[in-house]
Design a protein. Structure first.
Length: 334
C-alpha cells in the first residue's frame, strides 16, 4: 500500500472554516488546544506560584494589556510611543478617587477605566489627523509633560504621590482578576478585528483614502479605537495602583511605554496574542536578571536584538506557522 505525507491542518481547515463540521475528537482537539492550553497553563502557574511570583505574573498581565492596546492602535495606523499616558491617567484617577473620596477598588477601577479612556481620547483627539512619526511624537511627549506638571505644581501628592490606598480584597482575587481580564481583552479584541468593524480599522491602516472614498469617517473610527485602547491601558494603571496601594509620578515612566513595544517586537505584531506572549516572556525574564545589577540591562538588550534580528516575524508567528505544518502519513487509494 502506497503512503504519502499529508498536512494535518488542510483537511481540518476546509471542514471547519465554513460549515463547522469535524470528523473526530482529534480534529476538535487540534483546533481547541492552542486556545485552551495557554489559559490553563497561566491559571496553573498563577495559582501555584509563590506570592512574589504571583505579583510578577500580575505585572506581566498588566504590561500585556498595554501591549494589546498598542497592537490595536498599530492595526489602525496609530503607532503609539506613550502607552504610559493611558496607564498613568488610569492610575491617578483610581488613586485620587480612593484617597480623597474613599471609594474602594471595585468602584475606582471601573470609573478609572472609562474616565481614563475618555480623558486620553480627548487629549489625543486633536492629533488624530497626524500620521506616522508625528502622532508617535505627541504620544511620547504627553506622559512626560504630565509628569513635569505634577512635579512643578505638587498636585496629587507631587513627587511623593498618594500612598495608603485600599488594596485588593485578597491576593488570590488579585491574580485571578488580572488573568481573567487579560483573556477577556485578548479574545474580545481578536473577535472584533475579525469582524466587519475590524476590517474597516485595518483598511484605515492599509489605505485610509480608499476608506474615506467609501463614505466612512475614518477619524470617528480612529477615535473609537483610541477609546478602546486607552480604556485597556487605564484599567491596567488603576489595577496596579490598588495592587501596590500607591500612585505617583513613576506611573508615567518610560518603562510602561517601552516594555509593551518590546513585547510586541518579541512576540510578533498584528495578532494581539503575539505582544501578549512577548510580555509574558520579557517581564519574568526581567525579574530573573534583577540580581545581575547593571548587567541585566546589557543582557536584556542583547536578547531583544537577537529576537528582533533572528526572528523578525516574532515568536507567536513562528509557533503558529510550525503548528500548521504538522504532517502525517496517510494511505493512497489505488
Amino acid at each position: 500500500m502506497a503512503r504519502r505525507l499529508e498536512r494535518l491542518d488542510r483537511g481540518i481547515k476546509v471542514r471547519s472554516d465554513d460549515v463547522f463540521a469535524l470528523n473526530s475528537w482529534r480534529e476538535m482537539l487540534y483546533i481547541i488546544a492552542p486556545r485552551v492550553l495557554p489559559v490553563l497553563l497561566l491559571l496553573v502557574l498563577g495559582l501555584a506560584a509563590t506570592p512574589y511570583w504571583q505579583r510578577v505574573i500580575m505585572q506581566a498581565c498588566m504590561i500585556g494589556l498595554l501591549a494589546i492596546s498598542w497592537d490595536l492602535l498599530a492595526s489602525v495606523g496609530m503607532v503609539s510611543l506613550g502607552q504610559a499616558l493611558f496607564f498613568g491617567i488610569g492610575a491617578y484617577i483610581a488613586g485620587i478617587l480612593d484617597h480623597y473620596a474613599g471609594l474602594g477598588p471595585w468602584l475606582t477601577i471601573p470609573i478609572a477605566t472609562v474616565g481614563g479612556a475618555a480623558l486620553s481620547t480627548l487629549l489625543l483627539l486633536p492629533v488624530l489627523r497626524l500620521r506616522g512619526i508625528y502622532f508617535s511624537m505627541v504620544t511620547l511627549i504627553m506622559p512626560l509633560m504630565i509628569e513635569r506638571i505634577i512635579e512643578a505644581t505638587k498636585i496629587f501628592g507631587g513627587t511623593e504621590g498618594l500612598s495608603g490606598l485600599q488594596p485588593m480584597p485578597h491576593a488570590l482575587v488579585e491574580i485571578i482578576a488580572a488573568m481573567a481580564v487579560v483573556w477577556v481583552a485578548l479574545f474580545s479584541f481578536n473577535r472584533m478585528m475579525s469582524s466587519d468593524y475590524g476590517l474597516i480599522l485595518k483598511g484605515i491602516n492599509d489605505n485610509d483614502r480608499a476608506v474615506m472614498s467609501a463614505g466612512l469617517n475614518i477619524y470617528l473610527y480612529k477615535a473609537q479605537a483610541l477609546f478602546l485602547a486607552a480604556g485597556v491601558g487605564a484599567f491596567a494603571g488603576a489595577f496596579v495602583t490598588h495592587a501596590y496601594q500607591f500612585v505617583g509620578m513613576p506611573v508615567f515612566a518610560l518603562d510602561y511605554s517601552i516594555l509593551p513595544i518590546a513585547g510586541a517586537a518579541v512576540g510578533g505584531m498584528g495578532t494581539m496574542s503575539g505582544p501578549l506572549l512577548g510580555c509574558f516572556i520579557l517581564v519574568p525574564l526581567n525579574e530573573l536578571l534583577r540580581g545581575l545589577g547593571g548587567m541585566r540591562t546589557v543582557i536584556y538588550a542583547v536578547l531583544l536584538v537577537v529576537f528582533t534580528v533572528g526572528l523578525p516575524e516574532g515568536i507567536f508567528h513562528f509557533i503558529k506557522r510550525k503548528y500548521t505544518q504538522f504532517e502525517r502519513w496517510v494511505e493512497v487509494e489505488q
